[in-house]
Structure formats: structure tokens, C-alpha cells
Design a protein. Sequence first.
Length: 408
Amino acid sequence: MSGLFYYMNNLLNYANKNGIIDVSYIREYIKMKKREEILSKHPYKIWEGKDGKWYTYLPDKEKGRRLVKRNAQNAIEDVVIAQLKEEEENPTIADVFHEWNERRLELKKIAKSTYDRDESCFRRYYSDFGAKRIKSMEADEIIDFLEEQIAKFDLSAKAFVGLLSITKRFLKFAKKKGYVRFSVEDSLDDMDLTDVSFKRVIKEDSDEVFNEPETDRIIAYLTENLDIWNIGLLLMFVTGVRVGELVALKHEDFTSDSVKIRRTETVYLGEDGKKIYAVKEFPKTKAGVREIIIPSDYRWILDRIKLVNPRSEYVFSRNGKRMTGNCFRQKLYRICEKLGIKKRSTHKIRKTYGSILLDNNVDNRLIINQMGHTDIITTETKYHRDRRTREKKSSIISNIPDFKALQG
């Protein structure tokens, strides 16, 4: 509608300049229609009270809404129009964030799961600061705010990077829209974090991977008790596939000695707030598109997989419905409990697989292809853990010649 007004205004300027028509009446009509257009966006009723005063409500961040009154209808409408113009021309930080996040989703730049994750992150940290009008915000304020969150929430370095990332991205959008003037990148990159003490998260190797005896016991149990869940878990142990990739596999993805990864499961919240499990037609990352070679001693699994739901779209289905990643997580927990092994998630299977490849000095290029990583550093720093038992480590150290006691 505003585009139409712009066009008509230019046309009238031309007509008036060339003496074609007297446009004063038409201009008043356009002004009135524009006023009506703005007022139509007001969420509350405007009414005349018994006292002859005019009333309405205006949105209020603290109370939800507040009552205002004026002596005349035009006066109350002017208040409403001023409020609406301020909201449009100087929105809150939260309004800008939501506009940015909604647009990314609308343009299919992100999946719904990413949208939900960023919404959750924003709600956690920006619940109060987000009510601030964005044009009144200076670079030092956002820097102070970010630094305060580290202490307030006892953030780890990884958690802070997540907060900083969405802040940078939605503020770049705000700068593009003309809401902020400072350089987002320069301002946030200049943050002094040298004295910041991030929460240190210590992860023991025993919590991150299955050690050698545990791996042997679980694989033996899965092999001896083959059902649809155990076939899937066994495939994870010998290929390192992510659980989301596992439950998105189709029969066409298997060859005589490999499995092709082309898609993955995504989880997001529906309009009713409940989780929706779907499949997106691409893996977690670009490097995730890969073909994983299966060890020759376990290629018999491929024959068993051919017999699993041959008429279903997805290999891992039950009663015609695709199984979710959570089905396999819960199954692994139950197996660990049954075998008296510390409970670990399905992602620990993937870390176990990555550690096995590195421990056996497999070529780096082959490792990153099997894992679906962009570089070997990711595998080495995030996936490589010591899988030896305490007894084996003790034996290795004790048998080093330099540590042998001298014989008298």
C-alpha cells in the first residue's frame, strides 16, 4: 500500500506542476488514507468514554499494555500513530532479531532446527536487554552486555562463541537496515577477553569414548542379538555415521562395500510446541556428503540390511514409520545398562570410531572422508581420545626400558 501512495504522490506532483489538476483535495484524501493504513496496524480498540474522553491501550514491555486517554479522537490517534512510527523506525533489539531470524527461515537459508536453536539462545541471554530500542544502542553497550553474560551464566568458551555468533549476525542485518551505525565486526572483534575466566569443562576420556574391552563387548552383544536397533548400532560402530544420518538411510544408499551419506534427520518445534522429526536432503555439513567404506569382516551387515524393510522408503522403519535418532539413543542406553557399562550417547560411538582410525595411523585424507570432516584437525582435537584400559596403559609405561629398575 505504501508503494502505491509513493507512486500516486509522484503522479500528483507532476499533474500539479503542469497545471493539469488542482491536487490539494486529493492530497488530503491520500493523507487520510495513509493515516487509516497506519491505524489499522494498532492492535487495540480506540473508543470514546462516557466522560467524553478518548481511550486506547498502547503496548508496554513491562505491563503488557497501558491505558492512555486524550480529549479528542484526533489526539488519541496521533498518540497511536507516533507509537507505531517509533516501533517501525526504531524497533527493539528483539524485534530486529526476530525479523532477521524469520527472514533467514523464509528464504530457506537455514533449517527450522537452526531457527529454533537461535531463538532459544536469544531468549536465554536477551530477555531484558532485548527490550532496548536499537537506535539508542552504542557499540560499548553491546560489548558490556556480552561480557556480563559470561559471569551471569558462567559460560564456557564454546557457549560464549555461540552467543557472540548470533549477536554479530543479527547486528549486521540491523546495520544493513540502517538501525545501527557502528561497525559490528570491528567493535565486537575489539573485545578484550584476556582477563575473562570462562568456565572450564573437563571431559574425561572414559566419558567420551568406549574403551577397547567395552567396544568388543558391545559389538559381540549386537552381533549375537540382531534386531533392527542392533543392526543400526552395529553399523554405527563400523562406519562412524551420525545417528541422524543413520535414520535417514535408504536402500539405494548401499553398495557392495560402502554406504553413501546424502541426507540427515532434523528436529524442530512445531506450532504446537511439540518436536517434529523430519529428513532434510543434505547432511549436517558440505563435507558430510561422502561414501564410507565398510570393513570387509563386517560387510555381511549389508546382506542383513537388504532384508530389513525392503519395501519401506527408509531402511530403519517400524510399522511403516521411519525410526528417529532417539530410538537408537535409548536402545544404546539400555544395552549399556544391561552389560554394566557406563551409559554414553550414540555420538560417543562416532568418537570411538574416529579414535580407532587415528590410533591405527590411517591416512589423514581417508580419515576425514570417512568422518565427513573438512580437515584432520577437527578429528584430532574433538574426536581423538585414549581408549586403552588403565591396566594396558600401566603395562605400556612399565615396559619402557628407561623405567626398568637397575638389576644389582
